[in-house]
Design a protein around this ligand. Structure first.
Ligand code: ADP
Length: 407
């Protein structure tokens, strides 16, 4: 059986994350992260099976990091690449699915840049560099926002003057779409349903956190909004606050926009609530066990707000087939799952303590008790989802009838 290969690239302003996946391989053949790009300390860490190595990127350039992938791919790819898949954070309203990258797609990603100023420009850099290094194969864009383009207007519109939406694109877009799509598909498989079917509430809990209501493979609502700041408490992001906080801080404390922006994105969330102790859930869970008041509060607020979000999103669904926990926290923290589900007893949700306590690293599993709707722990795999979407797009295009010339 031929094993098509996809190189998945996620380019940030100072980093380049990559993974080489085979269509029929369960884990990446090669993966790695180039960090501290833009500085003389640029470094590429990669692993393939048991081999792990570091390559200095002395000039710190994205182009050098991209070029340094070539010999690695020649070494570990059993055959030529089929495609390169690029993870793009914001596709605005332009994209409802994966797209082969051409000039129009690049122009649309640029147009959406004001909505994701930290991400889209860096990802365009990644596309440009990769197209030079990996020429002559399709490059495909996969958007974090695309999965949520099925949300109805009553879920995606803010109650703001109409022209802010129609002229400036101010609306809710949602993010983490690749992960929500992947885990909801896996949930249907785990529960013996037709792939992609079912009514799911999914919680992606990593450094960024979001929830989603999904019916038969379609996102109906999600907790993140125009930007990835809205919604849940996250590592360093506040999630929802009163929108008047901005004017309050400006008028009373003299804070400018940069300062407010920095505080909400970098100093808040778990870090802020814990009194600056940590943005890392592992540290907070350990400190909570030792009675640290800030850590206790941070975990409690995190779980309550998560439960409140899931309960709110339930109104988008006709029923609940299950709740899915994923991401570093969702997959690995029995405490967060337990405290969250405790707030959701109204929905008949209950956890089996023994199943919940199963050590991390286990594959997808059910942890509900008795007659509770399913509660699932499902490791996310965004690279696999991106690979599958790239290959599905290529297959779809290959099966399109060739246009007949008529004259
Ligand atoms: P990213 O969003 O950067 O991909 P991850 O999905 O890796 O992040 O999630 C990172 C979060 O997962 C951190 O808050 C980390 O503390 C948390 N995490 C990882 N392992 C555990 C664990 N065993 N218990 C609690 N939290 C954990």
């Amino acid at each position: 059986m031929s094993d098509r290969l996809v190189l998945v690239i996620n380019c940030g302003s100072s980093s380049l994350k990559f993974a080489l996946l085979g269509e029929h391989h369960s884990s990446p053949l090669l993966s790695g992260l180039a960090e501290r790009l833009g500085t003389p300390e640029g470094i590429l860490n990669w692993k393939a099976g048991d081999i792990r190595e570091q390559v200095p990127i002395a000039d710190g350039r994205h182009s050098s990091a991209m070029t340094s992938l070539l010999p690695l791919i020649e070494r570990f790819a059993p055959q030529p690449l089929t495609a390169v898949g690029h993870r793009i954070v914001h596709g605005g309203e332009h994209f409802t699915g994966a797209r082969i990258i051409d000039d129009d797609v690049i122009a649309a990603i640029s147009q959406s840049a004001p909505l994701a100023p930290l991400h889209n420009p860096a990802q365009l850099t990644g596309i440009n560099e990769a197209r030079q290094v990996f020429a002559d194969i399709p490059h495909i864009a996969i958007f974090d926002t695309a999965f949520h383009q099925t949300m109805p207007p009553h879920a995606y519109r803010y109650a703001l003057p109409e022209e802010l939406y129609s002229e400036h694109g101010v609306r809710r877009y949602g993010f983490h779409g690749t992960s929500h799509r992947y885990v909801s598909t896996q949930a249907s498989l785990l529960m013996g349903m037709e792939p992609g079917h079912g009514a799911w509430l999914t919680a992606h809990l990593g450094n960024g956190c979001s929830t989603c209501a999904i019916l038969d493979g379609r996102s109906l609502d999600t907790s993140m909004g125009m930007t990835p700041l809205e919604g849940l408490v996250m590592g360093t992001r506040s999630g929802d606050v009163d929108p008047n906080l901005h004017s309050h801080l400006a008028r009373n404390l003299g804070w400018d926009l940069e300062r407010i922006d920095h505080m909400l994105n970098r100093e808040s969330g778990l870090l802020g609530l814990s009194g600056g102790l940590s943005n890392d859930m592992r540290t907070l869970v350990a400190a909570r066990a030792d009675g640290h008041p800030g850590a206790t509060l941070a975990v409690d607020v995190f779980c309550y707000r998560l439960a409140r979000s899931l309960a709110g999103l339930a109104v988008a669904l006709p029923r609940i087939d299950g709740v899915v926990f994923t991401g570093g926290i969702g997959e690995n923290s029995p405490l967060v799952r337990e405290l969250t589900v405790r707030h959701l007893a109204l929905f008949g949700l209950a956890i089996d303590p023994a199943a919940n306590a199963t050590p991390p690293g286990n594959p997808a599993r059910q942890i509900q008790a008795g007659n509770s709707p399913a509660i699932l722990v499902i490791p996310t795999d965004e690279e696999r989802q991106i690979t599958d979407e790239c290959l599905a797009l290529l297959d779809f295009n290959a099966n399109q009838p060739v246009e007949q010339e008529t004259d």
